[in-house]
Design a protein around this ligand. Structure first.
Ligand SMILES: [Zn+2]
Length: 489
């Protein structure tokens, strides 16, 4: 199908050409029928040229059609926002612009970057002459188009990248890595998902990994049961892939490599829940187990390097305290706790306490006392101090060397975990940290750090941290900044 459309040419970013035009329902239907309009590009199925409509939400399409054909008196049938189509670069010049007219050749393929439900909802509209504003972007390659799709969808509404971006994994790995780097700058709060997706796909496709063939992928037939959906599996990597994860400096491929070893160790210690016939009896090979143990993973990897102890030796005390029966779906103590990230974090912290009771260094009672006592504007600071003391946030002091001097003002929690699993916790502010590190560089093997906006916040935070570390573990000889402290009785 060849079309001639009135259009305005827009140039962005020096050489990117966009065409603002319109399409009628009749034209959209024609383009779909001739397979020139392609929805849902980021579904690997599209490569087989079949079945792509499966992932379209029929309900959403029907709502759009109902809206267009309804008889409202006040709400008019207006859809003012334009759909976005991409005509990829090719040698045949699929689209041509000349004197206000855009020629869409009969070999042109237009990929829907934004608005696929509108496009498919409209297709059945009785009014064949209804027009929709349309933007056609010309000259993106497949990967730029995918990035554009993610940016549009992430800035406008929720998007589940596990569906739309899987295709990138199958594209060249290097491009995927570059995209992840770029996305980190554009939409940093979303970037963990890409890394998490990459790791998830790697684990579920690795025959040497206990998660092999245990993850239900978006295009698996719905009749087939698997213990976890890919969306939940991806979500379980949130903590380890987040910007402020204790292992954020560990490259993605190394994370995947360590995870294989980690999960195989877990399988050796808790064997039964991994057996095919028992999969559904336990919540270990399930969203709960993935959520808890993947939240714990950064801490295990950190301890593994900081105190040179194997995964097995670190996980053993956990398996003693929480044996297979604790994970029983019907009667286990863990299955009473429910799900969600809050629970996973809580359980992972409990697990750490079985490795060393001194990981229980944050004083909850004192936190409640001083939060109550704190003037309204300081409550946030008390929360910040308490969050900083989560044992799951401790990172290896190897990273500390690169961090010192990076922030003019910061507070540090420094921990020294010994081989006998005893631990001291110090709190420090930026200046003294540098002094201390230069004099005894081997003193701390774990730390956490938070930058502060000004001198006053730094002094208050340091004093608050001192209060919140349990006395039995605290190694500061004196209360720092006691002269400013609003919490001393
Ligand atoms: Zn005080």
């Amino acid at each position: 199908m060849r079309l001639q459309l009135p259009a305005v040419e827009i140039v962005q970013d020096k050489e990117m050409k966009l065409y603002l035009t319109k399409l009628t329902v009749r034209q959209i239907k024609g383009l779909i029928d001739s397979k020139q309009l392609v929805p849902d590009t980021y579904n690997p199925d599209i490569r087989l040229e079949s079945g792509y409509q499966r992932t379209l939400d029929k309900n959403r399409m029907r709502k759009i059609l109902n809206f267009l054909e309804s008889k409202y008196k006040i709400v008019l049938h207006i859809m003012p926002t334009s759909i976005v189509l991409s005509a990829r670069k090719s040698n045949t010049e699929p689209i041509k612009f000349n004197k206000g007219q855009l020629i869409v050749g009969d070999d042109a393929r237009l990929f829907v970057v934004d608005g696929q439900h509108r496009v498919y909802g409209m297709k059945e509209h009785k009014d064949r002459n209804y027009e929709i504003p349309t933007t056609i972007v010309y000259g993106l390659n497949e990967h730029q188009e995918a990035a554009q799709f993610l940016v549009i969808n992430s800035t406008q509404k929720k998007v589940d990248p596990s569906l739309q971006l899987r295709v990138l994994f199958y594209a060249q790995e290097k491009l995927m890595m570059n995209l992840i780097k770029e996305i980190k700058n554009v939409i940093p709060w979303q970037s963990w998902k890409l890394e998490a997706l990459k790791i998830a796909i790697e684990l579920e496709n690795d025959p040497e990994n206990p998660w092999y063939k245990r993850v239900k992928q978006p295009n698996d037939p719905s009749s087939e049961w698997k213990p976890i959906k890919e969306g939940s599996f991806v979500d379980s990597f949130r903590h380890m892939c987040s910007e402020n994860s204790p292992i954020s400096q560990v490259p993605m491929d190394m994370k995947a490599k360590y995870l294989r070893k980690y999960w195989n160790t877990i399988k050796e210690l808790w064997t039964k829940p991994f057996e095919e016939e028992h999969l559904s009896d336990y919540i270990l090979v399930a969203p709960f187990g993935a959520g808890v143990l993947n939240t714990l993973f950064p801490s295990i990897l950190t301890l593994n390097t900081a105190i040179d102890t194997s995964f097995e030796d670190l996980l053993k005390p956990i398996s003693k305290r929480y044996p297979v029966r604790s994970w029983s779906r019907r009667k286990g103590e863990l299955s009473k706790l429910g799900g969600g990230h809050g629970t996973y974090t809580y359980v992972a912290e409990e697990f750490l306490k079985t490795i060393s009771k001194n990981f229980d260094y944050a004083n909850l009672r004192e936190y409640e006392r001083i939060r109550e006592k704190a003037p309204h504007k300081m409550k946030g600071l008390v929360d910040k101090a308490y969050d900083m003391l989560s044992s799951l946030q401790l990172r290896s002091s190897e990273n500390l060397k690169t961090e010192v001097g990076k922030h003019k003002r910061a507070c540090y929690v420094l921990a020294n975990l010994k081989e006998n699993m005893n631990m001291d916790v110090y709190v420090r502010q930026s200046k003294t940290v540098e002094k201390r590190l230069s004099s005894h560089s081997k003193k701390f093997n774990l730390y956490n750090m938070e930058p502060c906006a000004n001198e006053q916040e730094m002094n208050h935070l340091e004093g608050t941290l001192w209060h919140l570390v349990k006395e039995s573990v605290r190694a500061n000889e004196n209360h720092p900044n006691a002269e400013f402290c609003p919490f001393c009785a």
